[in-house]
Design a protein around this ligand. Structure first.
Ligand code: FPP
Ligand code: K
Ligand code: ZN
Length: 466
């Protein structure tokens, strides 16, 4: 971007910018696609840096797709591409089969690969029950006698792979899948990861961060793991009462000066960690009680709002970085939890304006136009210059379903560890996607189909202790 010199003396505002803004205001309303999504922002910082150059390149890739200017793509009446549902299903099923040699590098992430594919398939409405038997055998091999799941056979247990494996078993569902999990060993292992500062190690001797807080809270609540600590837990030696003690204050220490959440205290705020923080807190107590008590919500809302960019419409993960489809989930899933934190569940927001703390239209446009691989390969991606992969397919589709639905919290009568039940209803104000492009709803905290989450919790609630 060249330096601009013509400046209006009295306002100090660049004349070119003023005329662009006037143009923007008049043209926006008469185009089928609002100018907000099809033109460069009216005010651009003239300083050229590596960051601004990367941003310009991103706009160059996204704008033709956002303008519905690609004749190879089928757009609906709103200028939104159709969801390539069948291609995405085919792509995901392939990722569950034999993979080519370069995937050896992902050998420690096999539970993740299974979760991404199974969750995305469920969102797309595909049948995942045919993977149950194979998953059960694979999961059993990846479980360690000392508790938890590794990334593969013989690998050390890790909270991230344990989270992904437990969610995969929850998605295929059924007693035989649930009963693979050794809950007593899981309890011992989680106790050994629990730290005197309230947080959890990701693995024995591994890092302590907010992913651990979220993954542990998910596993504990889904499996109804008793909260008391085993006697050899380092947290027990330090006098902590149970697995939840000090967890909310650990999360609190991860909020940064920007208002976002970092991996651990005094690091950089990132959208993935904002989701981990809000998800963890929403499991510990009802969001309207625990979130305002723990976090500076106005500052967090301000930081989260800054994650959505125009004209792209998608979210970035952190300040001065690029839009990326996977943040459709990490940032997008923060919004229903933020919304739930603002009022008691007995007074759910009725007004649709209230259900949109971000621009749903922008996110849907980014996902459908830029986040889909429009070729026969299918799958979803970070941005148009990137290849589709299972991780992005899972999280871009999770973001899409959350933009297509409204979530409100209702308290369950039962004494759930996670005592929040959610009402998820279709959002269609306006309806940008055709009805056949709507995905199945997802649980905002657990990132699995809501019904599957309810089924596993009901199952393990009937099994207190071991
Ligand atoms: C930066 O990557 C990414 C991070 C700092 C954190 C990523 C963490 C997750 C996506 C998931 C954590 C959650 C769980 C449940 C394990 P980058 O520099 O490549 O991307 P950026 O430029 O968009 O920040
Ligand atoms: K990224
Ligand atoms: Zn990404």
């Amino acid at each position: 971007m060249e330096n601009r010199t013509a400046t209006t003396a009295d306002t100090g505002v660049d004349e070119e910018v003023v005329s662009q803004m006037a143009d923007y205001a008049t043209r926006g309303s008469c185009l089928p696609i609002d100018n907000l999504y099809t033109s460069e922002p009216p005010i651009v910082d003239p300083l050229v840096t590596a960051t601004s150059t990367a941003q310009d390149r991103t706009l160059d890739q996204c704008l033709p797709l956002l303008k519905a200017a690609d004749s190879n793509i089928e757009y609906n009446a709103n200028g939104v591409p159709r969801l390539h549902r069948e291609r995405h299903i085919k792509y995901l099923e392939q990722t569950l089969g034999n993979l080519p040699a370069p995937f050896v590098g992902a050998d420690a992430s096999r539970p993740w690969c299974m979760y991404w594919a199974l969750n995305a398939l469920s969102l797309l409405g595909a049948d995942v029950s045919k993977f149950r038997e194979n998953l059960i055998v694979t999961a059993a091999h990846m479980q360690n006698k000392t508790g938890g799941f590794g990334g593969g056979f013989g690998q050390t247990s890790h909270l991230a792979t344990t989270y992904a494996m437990v969610l995969s078993l929850v998605i295929v569902g059924g007693e035989s899948a649930y009963e693979v999990i050794d809950r007593h060993a899981m309890w011992k292992w989680l106790s050994s990861l629990k730290q005197p500062d309230g947080g959890f190690h990701m693995s024995l001797g591994g890092e302590v961060d907010v992913r651990g807080a979220y993954c542990a809270a998910v596993v504990i609540s889904l499996l109804n793991i008793p909260l008391n600590l085993s006697s050899d837990s380092p947290a027990s030696a330090a006098g902590l009462a149970d697995l939840h003690t000090g967890l909310a204050s650990y999360v609190q220490r991860c909020q940064t000066f920007e208002g976002g959440i970092s991996a651990k205290p005094d690091a950089e705020a990132h959208g993935a960690y904002a989701f981990c923080a809000l998800g963890c807190l929403s499991i510990l107590d009802a969001p309207h009680r625990i979130i305002p008590r723990t976090l500076d919500v106005p500052r967090l809302i301000s930081w989260l709002s800054s994650r959505q960019y125009a004209p792209e419409g998608g979210f970035s993960g952190r300040t001065n970085k690029l839009v990326d489809g996977c943040y459709s989930h990490w940032v997008g899933a923060c919004w229903p939890l933020i919304q739930a934190s603002l009022g008691a569940p007995s007074q759910p927001a009725q007004n649709s304006e209230f259900c949109s703390f971000y621009d749903r239209e922008g996110l849907i446009r980014y996902i459908m136009s830029c986040g889909q691989d429009h070729s026969s390969k299918g799958g979803m991606r970070d941005k148009p210059s990137h290849r589709s992969d299972a991780y992005h397919t899972c999280y871009v589709l999770s973001g899409l379903t959350s933009a297509q639905h409204v979530v409100s919290a209702v308290l369950a009568e039962e004494e759930y560890v996670a005592n929040t039940a959610w009402k998820v209803s279709p959002y269609s104000d306006p309806q940008l996607c055709d009805e056949q492009d709507r995905l199945n709803p997802t649980d905002p905290v657990y990132a699995v189909p809501q019904k599957k989450r309810e089924e596993v919790m009901t199952y393990f609630l009937s099994k207190p202790g071991f």
